[in-house]
Design a protein around this ligand. Structure first.
Ligand SMILES: [Zn+2]
Length: 81
């Protein structure tokens, strides 16, 4: 495979991981939004947050989206280029 060929989504076998730093940032984001949306209360089955993973040639970038207010953060900003 050419070193310049990006992996297709299936080459990742749909297994995406968060390192400890990203997991910590996600936990902080969710805690902030649980407090911000306390008036709404918990949902019956969850689903308020969506993780987004974007495979690139320099790594997989992860994001987290709150469906209640639409805010989105990047979890992998610490990745060094
Ligand atoms: Zn929110």
């Amino acid at each position: 495979m050419s070193p310049y060929k990006h992996k297709t989504i299936t080459e990742y076998n749909h297994v995406f991981e968060l390192d400890a730093e990203s997991r910590s940032a996600a936990d902080k984001f969710e805690a902030e939004h649980e407090a911000r949306h306390a008036d709404i209360g918990p949902t019956a089955i969850g689903g308020r947050y969506t993780f987004e993973f974007t495979p690139t040639s320099v790594g997989v970038f992860a994001g987290l989206h709150c469906a209640t207010c639409g805010e989105r953060i990047h979890l992998t900003e610490h990745v060094s280029w």
